[in-house]
Write a protein that binds this ligand. Structure first.
Ligand code: FAD
Ligand code: UDP
Length: 373
């Protein structure tokens, strides 16, 4: 077989690039995917109860980028959906990100009012304050509040998820879920928030439906690389693995997902409930909130954080912190030596904590700047 491009992986990064190359440049692409399906970690399927579930954990689409929204909208219709999350704090379920409503749910009204006034005075309404910043800048009663939120919302959740404390990670990690001085209970505030109407997998199926795109599933690219003629490679798999770990392993975190189907219509009040302080899980997501289905049963997915063990489980999260970035830099120097014969993009190949929209934007950018030139 002869193709212009060999693409490793079949997730967002790979599929966006394959689609662009096939339709805009009329070049031939072979996608090689280790798993038995497309869509990468966004893969979803209907389980035996007819409920659309996300095999690799709950994926909620949200973006500020019109470019990403317009691009993906070519391949799917959408069901508008605002994700809501509650966190169990001292036995009460309160809105996450922690906001003014959370304050009133946890503290007596007069005290909550006082804390609200102090927050408004210091930061102003509508402002998002990452917990580490709140802790640094708060004093007096606000210092109490900052420590309370740190202890009850962030510390144990983060320790479960990463085996690290919030301050041992890049600030952006806990900054993804900032304290929000507002009464908006939505998990995200992006302009575009929606779920693909027929699921992510169907969206990817449409993206890849082009005669210039061939797909090989259940295959590690190393098994076929010597049997295929190609001009260039795009790698969306792990960066360290591509280079045979020559500079050591880039650390990742993994998860174990447990699915449970209950013989009842509904289990919890919102899409996701976080358990920062209890159990070994971080959160429970009820899939039907994401799909909008009305069915007599309901499927839940529980997330158990795990160390990543190559060959045993999957690398889901790059671990954003200085020492890992330094190691990543060593690999990026190897990338430079390849002079563009191999391009890298994606959460694993860039070793960056991308959301789906960021992976899409990165792939579109790579296409525009380094492929379609
Ligand atoms: P991937 O989807 O990881 O695709 C890489 C593919 O490469 C994989 O399918 C892998 O099997 C394949 N591969 C690797 N090595 C090889 C090899 N040697 N040969 C062949 N194939 C190989 N984002 C959001 O925007 N919203 C969310 O709510 C959200 N929730 C998430 C929840 C969890 C638990 C996780 C883990 C991620 C979540 N994300 C979410 C992030 C989202 O999954 C990623 O942004 C997106 O999937 C990245 O796409 P990708 O193509 O870069 O990587
Ligand atoms: N986080 C936390 N408590 C929460 C929610 C989030 O400590 O109730 C921290 C935790 O470190 C987590 C990070 O914020 O890993 C980012 O959360 P997000 O929900 O964005 O994680 P993802 O959906 O990517 O797993």
């Amino acid at each position: 077989m002869k193709v212009n491009w060999l693409i490793i992986g079949a997730g967002y990064s790979a599929c966006v690039l394959a689609e662009r190359i096939a339709t805009q440049l009329a070049q031939k692409v072979l996608i090689v995917e280790r798993r038995d399906h497309i869509a990468g970690n966004a893969y979803d399927y209907y389980n035996e109860h007819g409920i659309l579930v996300h095999k690799y954990g709950p994926h909620i689409f949200h973006t500020k980028s019109k470019k990403v929204w317009d691009y993906l909208s070519q391949f799917t219709e959408w069901r508008h959906y605002f994700h809501h999350v509650l966190g169990v704090i001292e036995g009460k379920k309160v809105p996450i990100p922690f906001n003014l409503n959370s304050l009133y749910a946890l503290f007596p009204p007069r005290y909550a009012e006082k804390l609200e006034e102090l927050l408004l005075e210091k930061f102003g309404f509508g402002v998002k304050v990452p917990i580490l910043k709140l802790r640094e800048s708060a004093n007096g009663e606000l210092e109490f509040l900052a420590n309370y939120i740190y202890e009850n919302v962030f510390l144990r959740y983060t320790t479960k998820q990463w085996e690290l404390k919030p301050e041992e990670l890049d600030r952006g990690v806990t900054g993804r879920v900032p304290v929000y001085i507002s009464r908006d209970n939505r998990y995200f505030q992006d302009t575009y928030q929606a779920m693909p109407k027929h699921g992510y997998t169907e969206m990817f199926r449409r993206m890849l439906a082009h005669p210039n795109i061939k797909l090989l599933l259940n295959t590690d690219y190393r098994e076929i690389i010597n049997d295929i003629k190609f001009n260039r490679i795009i790698c969306t798999g792990p960066l360290d693995n591509f280079f045979d770990y020559m500079h050591g392993e880039l650390p990742y975190r993994s998860l174990r997902f447990q699915f449970d189907t209950l013989d009842q219509e509904c289990y919890q009040e919102v899409g996701t409930v976080n358990y920062p302080n209890e159990y070994d899980i971080t959160r429970i997501t009820e899939q039907k909130y994401l799909s909008g289905q009305t069915l007599p049963k309901t499927t839940l997915v529980m997330e158990y954080p795990q160390p990543f063990v190559p060959g045993k489980n999957d690398p889901y999260y790059p671990i954003p912190r200085e020492e890992n970035r330094e190691r990543c830099e060593l690999y990026l120097k190897e990338v430079e030596k390849l002079n563009g014969s191999v391009l890298f993009a994606g959460r694993l190949a860039d070793y960056k904590y991308y959301d789906m929209d960021q992976a899409t934007l990165r792939a579109l950018g790579l296409f525009e700047k380094e492929i379609a030139v």
